[in-house]
Ligand binder design. Structure first.
Ligand SMILES: Nc1ncnc2c1ncn2[C@@H]1O[C@H](COP(=O)(O)OP(=O)(O)OP(=O)(O)O)[C@@H](O)[C@H]1O
Length: 322
C-alpha cells in the first residue's frame, strides 16, 4: 500500500508548487497510472515516493510505515524503480546489473545467482543467452526487460515505473505491457506508473489518476474515468480517443447475437467455415478487438469463442449501455 497525504513539493524560487497537497492511495496489490499534461507533476510525485525528490510537506506511508522517517537509501532498496532510459551500468553484464539490489542487501552469492536466473526468466529473457551480455548487446525491448528484472530482483512489494516502455516501438511495447501486467498481477505488486500514453494507463492501471497543475483532477477506476470524466479538463485531456479506449475494457460478448439470427439481421454475412467473417476471436476478447477484427476483415460481424457472433450494431449498442 502506498499512501500520499497532502504531499507537496515546492521548488525554490518557483511561483507555484510543482505538487500541491496531493492525497492518493494505491491499495496493496493494485496499480495506479498517473497521467496528465507535461509539467503537471507526475514525475515529481513518483520521485517523492522513493525520495529521490524530498517532499516539502505532507505525509507518505508505504506498507503502513512512515516513509519520510526512514533512511532514504534503505527505503529505496525496498522499492523497485523502472525508468525509460533504464539506466543500466554499461560495463557490467546483464546478470551483474540485475544483481545490484540483492548485493546491496547482502545476500549470499548462491542466492543472488539463483535469483538473477529466476527474475531474468520472469522478465522473458533466457538466462543462458542473456546473463553474460552487456547492455549494448541488447535490443531496446530486451534492455527494458532487464530493467524490469532488476527492479524485481530484491522482491520489493512496491514498484515505481516512469514511462517504462517509452523507448520501445509500438508493437514490442504492446507485447511487453501485456507480459509485465501479467507478471505484476501474479506477484501482487503495488505499482505506481507514470505514462503519457492513455492506452497504456488504461491497460496497466487498475485506477488512473489525472493530474493538473500539481493537483489531482480525477482518480477513478479506468472504466469509470473513461465513462464519466469529472470535468471539462479531464474530458479534454482524454480526448476523442476516449470512446475507443473504453471498448477495450468491455467484453466482446456484450455485442453478441446468436449466429442463427445473423441471416436475418445481416443479409450476406454468412457463418463460420464458408463465411467471410473469418476465425473466432479468442475467449476474453474485448469490444475493441471485435471492432478491429470487423474493420480488418471488412465485415459487420465476427464469430466469438462461445459460438455466437459480435455484430457492429451490437458493439454500438454495448458501448451506449456501458
Ligand atoms: N529539479 C527541479 N527544479 C525546479 N523545478 C523543477 C525541477 N524538476 C521539475 N520541476 C518543475 O516541476 C514541475 C513538474 O514537473 P514534472 O517533471 O513532475 O512534470 P511531469 O508531469 O512529469 O512532466 P512531463 O510529462 O513533461 O515529464 C514543472 O513545472 C517542472 O518545471
Amino acid at each position: 500500500m502506498i499512501e500520499l497525504e497532502g504531499l507537496t513539493k515546492r521548488w525554490p524560487g518557483a511561483a507555484a508548487a510543482a505538487v500541491e497537497e496531493l492525497t492518493l492511495s494505491v491499495p496493496e496489490g493494485t496499480s495506479c497510472a498517473l497521467i496528465g499534461p507535461s509539467g503537471s507533476g507526475k514525475t515529481t510525485t513518483l520521485r517523492m515516493v522513493n525520495r529521490l525528490i524530498e517532499p516539502s510537506g505532507g505525509r507518505l506511508r508505504i506498507g503502513g510505515e512512515d516513509a519520510l522517517r526512514l533512511d532514504p537509501v534503505r527505503l529505496r532498496r525496498g522499492i523497485g524503480y523502472v525508468i525509460q532510459e533504464v539506466g543500466l551500468f554499461p560495463h557490467r553484464s546483464v546478470a551483474e546489473n540485475v544483481a545490484t539490489v540483492p548485493r546491496l542487501l547482502g545476500w549470499a552469492p548462491a542466492r543472488i545467482a539463483a535469483r538473477v536466473e529466476e527474475v531474468l526468466a520472469m522478465a522473458g529473457l533466457d538466462p543462458a543467452r542473456f546473463a553474460a551480455r552487456r547492455p549494448h548487446q541488447l535490443s531496446g525491448g530486451e534492455r527494458q526487460r532487464v530493467g524490469v528484472a532488476r527492479a524485481l530482483a530484491g522482491d520489493p512489494p512496491v514498484l515505481l515505473m516512469d514511462e517504462p516502455f517509452g523507448a520501445v516501438d509500438p508493437v514490442v511495447r504492446a507485447h511487453l505491457q501485456e507480459e509485465v501486467l501479467r507478471l505484476l498481477k501474479q506477484l501482487r505488486k503495488t505499482v505506481l506508473i507514470v505514462t503519457h500514453d492513455l492506452a497504456e494507463a488504461v491497460r496497466l492501471g487498475d485506477a488512473v489518476a489525472v493530474m493538473r497543475d500539481g493537483r489531482l483532477a480525477q482518480h477513478a477506476p479506468a472504466a469509470e474515468l473513461l465513462a464519466r470524466p469529472a470535468d471539462a479538463f479531464v474530458a479534454g485531456f482524454l480526448g476523442s480517443d476516449r470512446a475507443l479506449q473504453r471498448l477495450a475494457l468491455l467484453p466482446a460478448e456484450g455485442a453478441a447475437t446468436a449466429q442463427a439470427m445473423l441471416g436475418e439481421s445481416l443479409p450476406g454475412e454468412r457463418l463460420l467455415e464458408e463465411s467471410p467473417m473469418g476465425e473466432s476471436l479468442p475467449a476474453g476478447a474485448s469490444l475493441r478487438d471485435a471492432l478491429a477484427a470487423m474493420l480488418a476483415r471488412g465485415v459487420r460481424a465476427v464469430p466469438l469463442a462461445d459460438g455466437r457472433a459480435a455484430t457492429l450494431d451490437g458493439v454500438l449498442e454495448a458501448a451506449r449501455r456501458g
